[in-house]
Design a protein around this ligand. Structure first.
Ligand code: TXA
Ligand code: MG
Length: 515
């Protein structure tokens, strides 16, 4: 049999919650996306778990207890249709000199010999720098997840590591890389065509990890103007310029302050946009005449390959008509703008699901212009406190921050009071977890039954679209905790809610804040 590729998953903090030394199957909590993520990969990859349980060497856990927990994890996954070929445990302490402790590639080599695994086509997914280092030492590719203690170790990661929010995002990242390789090997690379189109002044919708973008060459004034026309976007709202690597920023910015560079090194490729002093080469139409430019390197294999092919920085807003819900699948783009773009690159569903976090380095202090896919907590951990200008603060250099519609057609209110649902109306509910009152609603979208904000963000826009198609009079969105990705979710819900509370029958349903 030909050698197969595999995905080697760390256990705690990657597949299941990291809740200290797990001694009993009763304490196992799977992350909400684990089953779905592994099922998505199951066609192509064999699965292994590689876990470090130093509690055994420290006398806190017995090896039997660890094995019971491992067996429970494997059987639960098997019941969900995911077969784990083997679970490898290192029960030693660092410094004991064992061969099996991460990042030694011992277990991966064993898997390669015993099960015919092709390590060069394999991945290691984990929430510790040892996991990605393990990948490197084994000649595999690493994907770092920010669940568990992942985000705390972010500053220790070497540059260029693939960083994604969770196991679900890791699966999508791996699949997007596979899609790309398939295309390239099949000699029918849409990505090459997309690059040509953009170089010749055309417009391509392309996937990123956040939402789909509508891209034109940033140096082609008339192509950028066409993007504004297609989107019906006011010309005073500038675009983000997308790069395939940070070095490309040289031709675009006048300065790259040290703090901004720190963020770029850590979070690029990723859902972070930096606003920096603009270089002369950037046409005014891109930046709406501002002396600043917004740039980012997206974390999506198809996007990066396309940007490399294009050979030019690509200015792109989200690929939706101005004011409407952002697209998180190629199908969404087809529905809304299908006839107006020259090509839609399909890279599967976006796994972050909310737009990038925007930080400006053009004022006295780094300032958050838009919460998004990188939680502000991670940014502040690296560079200290950000300024949080309110949407009503007059920041002359940030026009896009005025409250504006981001909205489904159906009116939406953000409210935690589900008792005051107007009678005789068809009302839909958008909630994090399903509350007992859900039965009173005509349609219900649950963003994450386990209350996971990463999963909720990834599902937000598609859920809004589905509710919008239900012929409802009103959507009630329950607030989510404003931490991690919750901040971005609440920002989008608030923007979506600006349309409401003026229609007859809803006057008794005051907007958020008044409740
Ligand atoms: O995740 C994302 O950021 C997605 C994907 C496609 O990369 N893009 C996106 O673009 O959300 P868009 O155009 O929907 O939002 C860009 C935001 C706007 O609010 C705009 O005002 C702001 O970025 N922006 C762009 N250039 C700016 C600048 N020079 N100064 C301040 N804000 C800027
Ligand atoms: Mg871990």
């Amino acid at each position: 049999m030909d050698p197969r590729p595999a995905v080697f998953c760390d256990r705690d903090g990657t597949l299941i919650e990291d809740r200290g030394h797990l001694a009993s199957p009763d304490d196992v909590r799977f992350y909400p996306g684990t089953m779905e993520a592994l099922r998505r990969l199951a066609g192509e990859f064999a699965f292994f778990i590689v876990t470090h349980q130093p509690g055994v060497a420290d006398g806190i856990l017995s090896i039997e207890a660890v094995e019971r927990v491992n067996a429970h994890v494997m059987s639960t996954l098997a019941a969900a249709g995911v077969a784990i070929v083997a679970t490898y445990t290192c029960p030693h302490r660092r410094g004991q000199g064992c061969a099996c402790i991460k990042p030694n590639p011992h277990f991966l080599r064993l898997a390669s010999q015993q099960y015919g695994i092709d390590l060069a086509r394999s991945f290691v997914v984990g929430d510790h720098p040892h996991d990605t280092e393990l990948a490197r030492q084994a000649g595999a590719r690493g994907v770092y997840v920010c669940t568990g203690h992942g985000w705390k170790h972010l500053p220790e990661l070497p540059q260029g590591e693939v960083v994604v929010p969770d196991i679900r995002a890791a699966a999508e990242w791996i699949l997007s890389l596979g899609q790309l390789e398939e295309q390239v090997l099949g000699g029918r690379s849409e990505v090459v065509r997309a690059g040509e189109i953009v170089r010749r002044g055309g417009i391509v919708a392309f996937p990123t990890e956040t939402v789909y973008g509508l891209g034109a060459s940033a140096f082609d004034r008339s192509a950028v103007e066409r993007v504004f026309r297609i989107k019906k976007r006011p010309p005073e709202d500038p675009l983000i310029v997308h790069l395939f690597e940070a070095q490309q920023a040289r031709s675009l910015v006048q300065a790259f302050p040290a703090e901004a560079w720190k963020l770029a090194r850590r979070f690029w490729p990723g859902p972070l946009t930096l606003v920096l002093p603009k270089g002369d080469a950037v046409p005014d139409v891109v930046t709406a005449g501002l002396p600043t430019v917004a740039i980012r390197v997206p974390n999506h294999a198809v996007a990066l390959a396309f940007l490399r092919e294009a050979g030019t920085p690509v200015a792109a807003p989200s690929a939706n008509p101005f004011g409407q819900v952002s697209p998180t699948t190629a199908e969404h783009v087809r529905e809304q703008l299908g006839r107006e773009v020259d090509l839609i690159l399909d890279g599967g569903p976006c796994w972050v699901g909310v737009e990038s976090t925007i930080v400006s380095f053009c004022g006295p202090q780094p300032a958050l212009l838009r919460p998004g896919g990188i939680p502000t907590e991670w940014i502040e951990e690296l560079i200290g406190p950000l300024a949080y200008p309110s949407p009503y603060d007059r920041i002359p250099l940030a026009p896009g921050r005025l409250p504006r519609h981001y909205a489904p057609r159906t009116p939406l209110v953000v409210s935690s009071d589900l008792r005051r649902v107007p009678r005789g109306k068809r009302v839909g509910l958008l909630c994090l977890r399903r509350p007992p009152e859900a039965d009173h609603f005509a349609a219900v979208e649950v963003l994450s039954q386990s209350g996971d904000l990463i999963e909720a963000a990834a599902r937000l826009f598609a859920a809004l679209r589905r509710l919008d198609r239900c012929g409802l009079d009103l959507i009630v969105a329950q607030p989510v905790p404003e931490e991690g990705l919750g901040r971005a979710i609440m920002d989008r819900l608030r923007k979506a809610s600006r349309l409401v509370c003026t229609r007859p029958g809803f006057e008794d349903h005051p907007p958020e804040g008044a409740l």
